[in-house]
Write a protein that binds this ligand. Structure first.
Ligand code: SAH
Length: 417
């Protein structure tokens, strides 16, 4: 058994916490039973780079139940839960990760996960896909699945340059993923992370959200719900207009910088808050990132302009400016909801990971029919996941009767007929 984790003796605690998450993941539990009965992944090797949480464990155990051989590394050095790593090793998964590993170790762990010569890679941020494309050839890998916005953008960049070697399914783009995980999951866990790191009061505070994609919409709505005055910064006209009509003030960052008490970046772009903005911020401003990589806040510029630094609380670092103002960076500029809180709740990940699980089976069966491009999650999978979740929640739907079906398909029936 190959692994590199912090402490195997944490396994019992990890198993208890994984069981708690599984209890809130009814769709994935049902799929796990289906995979076990079918042995859907017999003889298949899967390498995954995911946030190593209790929810991820439930997904990987479902793949294991279907007979897959699984190797796992982290998709963020600070979201790894060491007890989950230990539990997964005991369940026969090769885990290469520990909390707060340095970047060199993180890179080595990616290589170790890929050493199993996977048939399929499962990514959150495209680190595995990119590592494979930096090699002369990608061994047995025939397909990949990408979980998040940033990773889909990277996979598309490879496809556009005609460099992509195998089909990638963009789980992020499925409605059952981004409507829920990005909006309600990131929306909640971002606020949760800010509150756990600072215990600040949102009511009456001015919170600036950079980026009004699905994550930004979720953060803005939830912050408003807790009484914050929300300002949105955007570069896209349609999204900015949507933010305006959702009732938010829209301003360029240069102006928002002077007004914000709390700043959250959720853009997927680098250097969104930088030197010129730090200079204008109020004393006590709090800076948090909820986009995938730690590049949205220019941390190097912040460190350069600071005369002193101090760790005030866990995940809360003070940067004292030469003019006496203090700015506070959360979670080293990494995903605040994953680092200072516990990422998206199991009830949300049940949907994203049901998509992942069903797409894994789909890709392993259908890869020969798919071009080396970025593909959508098949609509049938998306609809099945939504239907299973509703059933688990005990919620029933209406259905169209025969007449309505005819009406829905007809072009003759209009105003006059
Ligand atoms: N907004 C960023 C998201 C990066 S990380 C971007 O644009 O790239 C966020 C990813 O972590 C999401 O796609 C989500 O599916 C995943 N995630 C959230 N909660 C999780 C959990 N509990 N366990 C594992 N992965 C989780």
């Amino acid at each position: 058994m190959n692994y590199d984790i912090r402490d195997i003796s944490l396994a019992a605690q990890g198993k208890r916490r994984i069981a708690w998450a599984a209890q809130h993941m009814p769709v994935l539990s049902q799929l796990s039973a289906e995979f076990a009965a079918e042995r859907s992944f017999e003889g298949k090797r899967i390498a995954a780079a995911l946030h190593i949480t209790t929810e991820t464990a439930v997904l990987l155990l479902a793949l294991r139940a279907g007979g897959a051989e699984v190797a796992l590394c982290a998709s963020n050095p600070l979201s790894t839960k060491d007890d989950v790593c230990a539990a997964l090793v005991e369940e026969g998964i090769s885990v290469y990760a520990f909390y707060d590993e340095d970047i060199e170790t993180y890179g080595r762990h990616i290589e170790q996960a890929l050493a199993c010569d996977p048939h399929l890679v499962m990514d959150d941020g495209a680190d595995l896909i990119v590592a494979l494309h930096q090699r002369a050839e990608s061994g047995s890998t025939i397909a990949a699945i990408e979980e998040t916005t940033t990773g889909v953008i990277r996979a598309r960049a490879l496809a556009e340059q005609k460099l992509l070697r195998f089909p990638v399914v963009a789980v992020n783009d499925a409605p059952t993923k981004h409507y829920f995980d990005n909006r309600y999951g990131t929306g909640q866990n971002t606020i949760d992370g800010i509150l756990r790191a600072t215990n600040t009061l949102l009511a009456g505070a001015t919170l600036v959200v950079a980026g009004y994609g699905w994550c930004g919409r979720g953060v803005a709505a939830r912050a408003r719900g807790m009484g914050a005055r929300v300002i949105v910064c955007e570069v896209n006209a349609t999204r900015a207009l949507e933010a305006v009509m959702d009732g938010f003030q829209v301003l360029p960052m240069l102006q928002a910088a002077e007004l914000g008490d709390i700043f959250v970046t959720v853009t997927g772009i680098a250097g969104v808050i930088r030197g010129e903005h730090f200079q204008r911020m109020k004393d006590g401003a709090i800076l948090a990132n909820s986009g995938h990589f730690n590049v949205e806040i220019d941390i190097a510029a912040l460190a350069d302009s600071a005369s002193e630094r101090a760790q005030v609380r866990e995940h809360l670092e003070e940067y004292r400016m030469p003019d006496g103002r203090k700015l506070y960076l959360l979670a080293q500029g990494r995903l605040v909801g994953q680092v200072a809180a516990e990422a998206s709740p199991a009830a949300i990940m049940d949907l994203s990971f049901a998509d992942q699980a069903l797409c894994t089976r789909y890709l392993l069966q259908e890869y020969q029919h798919l071009t080396p491009d970025v593909h959508d999650v098949p609509a049938a999978i998306d609809e099945r996941v939504a239907a299973l979740k509703l059933r688990a929640l005990g919620i029933e739907l209406d259905s169209l009767n025969e007449q309505q079906e005819v009406y829905a398909r007809s072009w003759q029936l209009g105003t006059v007929s």
